[in-house]
Design a protein around this ligand. Structure first.
Ligand code: IBG
Length: 222
C-alpha cells in the first residue's frame, strides 16, 4: 500500500464525493476501485478491509481509512486545509459539520421513495436557503475576506463550493439572493487544482440518473 491513495466506493457521488474534492483541491492524484454489485461490498467486508463493514474506504499511507469525517479530517490536516490554529480549526469544524448535515439531506434525496421525494426536496431547499446559505453569505459579508476562515483556502471553502455546485444543478435561481456566494463560487472555482477538477474528464462524479440509483440500491440494500 504505497503510492497514490485508492478510493473504494461505487462510481457515483454519495459519501465519497467530498473526499474526492478534498484530494483534488490538495492536488493529490488518486485511484479508484468501484463496487459494481453487492458481492463486491461483501468481498471487502469478508476480507476485513472495512472496520465497521461500511464504505467509503480509502487506502492511504499504509492505512485502510473508514468513516467519511475521519478520512476528510486526515486529508485536510495532511494537506494544510484545516486552518492555522485551534480557533480557525474549530470554526472550520463548525462550518463543515453544518455542511455534512446539509449534504446528508442532498445525498439521500435520490434514494427517497417516490411518495416522499417532493416533501424531501422542499425541505432540503428550504434548509439550504434559510439555515445554511444565509449563514455562509453573512460570514463572507461580515469579514469581507476571500475565504470562509482566515486568509487561506481551507476544507470549508472546498466543501462549500461542492454544495453550491450541487444546488445549482437543482435550483440555479437560489443564487439571486446570495451575491457573495456567487463571487465566492467564481473565486474558488478558479484555484488551479479546483479548476482542473471542474474540467470534463476529471474524477468528479455527475449527478445520479435512475439507473445509477438502482445500481446503488442493489449494492447496499439487496
Ligand atoms: N458514518 C459512516 C461514514 O460516514 O462513513 C456511514 C457510512 C455508510 O453509511 N456507508 C454505506 C454502507 O457502507 C454506504 S453509503 N453501507 C453498508 C452497510 O452494511 O452498512 C450509503 C449512501 C447511499 C446513498 I447508498 C447516499 C448516501 C449514502
Amino acid at each position: 500500500m504505497s503510492g497514490k491513495p485508492r478510493l473504494h466506493y461505487f462510481d457515483g457521488r454519495g459519501r465519497m464525493e467530498p473526499i474526492r474534492w478534498l484530494l483534488a483541491a490538495a492536488g493529490v492524484e488518486f485511484e479508484e476501485s468501484y463496487m459494481e454489485k453487492n458481492a463486491d461490498l461483501k468481498k471487502l467486508q469478508r476480507d476485513g478491509s472495512l472496520l465497521f463493514q461500511q464504505v467509503p474506504m480509502v487506502e492511504m499511507d499504509g492505512m485502510k481509512l473508514v468513516q467519511t469525517r475521519a478520512i476528510a479530517n486526515y486529508i485536510s490536516t495532511k494537506y494544510n486545509l484545516y486552518g492555522k490554529d485551534l480557533k480557525e480549526r474549530t470554526l472550520i469544524d463548525m462550518y463543515v459539520e453544518g455542511m455534512f448535515d446539509l449534504n446528508e439531506l442532498l445525498m439521500t434525496y435520490e434514494i427517497q421513495p417516490a411518495d416522499k421525494k417532493e416533501q424531501h426536496f422542499a425541505n432540503m431547499m428550504d434548509k439550504t436557503e434559510s439555515r445554511y446559505f444565509s449563514v455562509f453569505e453573512k460570514v463572507l459579508k461580515d469579514h469581507g475576506k476571500d475565504f470562509l476562515v482566515g486568509n487561506q483556502l481551507s476544507r470549508a471553502d472546498v466543501q462549500l463550493l461542492e454544495i453550491i455546485l450541487m444546488i445549482e444543478e437543482w435550483k440555479p435561481e437560489m443564487f439571486a439572493k446570495f451575491p457573495l456566494l456567487q463571487s465566492f463560487k467564481a473565486r474558488i472555482s478558479n484555484i488551479p487544482t479546483i479548476k482542473k477538477f471542474l474540467q470534463p474528464g476529471s474524477q468528479r462524479k455527475p449527478p445520479s440518473d435512475d439507473d445509477a440509483v438502482d445500481k446503488v440500491m442493489k449494492i447496499f440494500y439487496s
